[in-house]
Design a protein around this ligand. Structure first.
Ligand code: ZN
Ligand code: ZN
Length: 71
């Protein structure tokens, strides 16, 4: 409903939309036996290696930020 520009968590296989990425990951795993990639750092689950890499990059940048603020 409406034209809310939200992050799209849509299933590639059946085009169902989810309110969170986590829900989409669990759906893809349960319904389509999708291969799931786990972040070795925090255990977060991802559908694609590129998503995990993006997450790892963001986490690294955040940590660098915190370190920078300490100095
Ligand atoms: Zn699906
Ligand atoms: Zn992580």
């Amino acid at each position: 409903m409406g034209l809310l520009h939200r992050e799209k968590n849509e299933c590639e296989d059946c085009h169902t939309r989810f309110s969170s990425y986590e829900e989409l990951v669990h759906h893809a795993h349960d319904a389509h036996k999708h291969h799931i990639i786990k972040c070795s750092d925090c255990g977060k689950l991802f559908l694609h290696e590129k998503d995990r890499l993006h997450h790892v990059k963001e986490e690294r940048e955040r940590k660098t930020d915190i370190r920078r603020h300490k100095f």
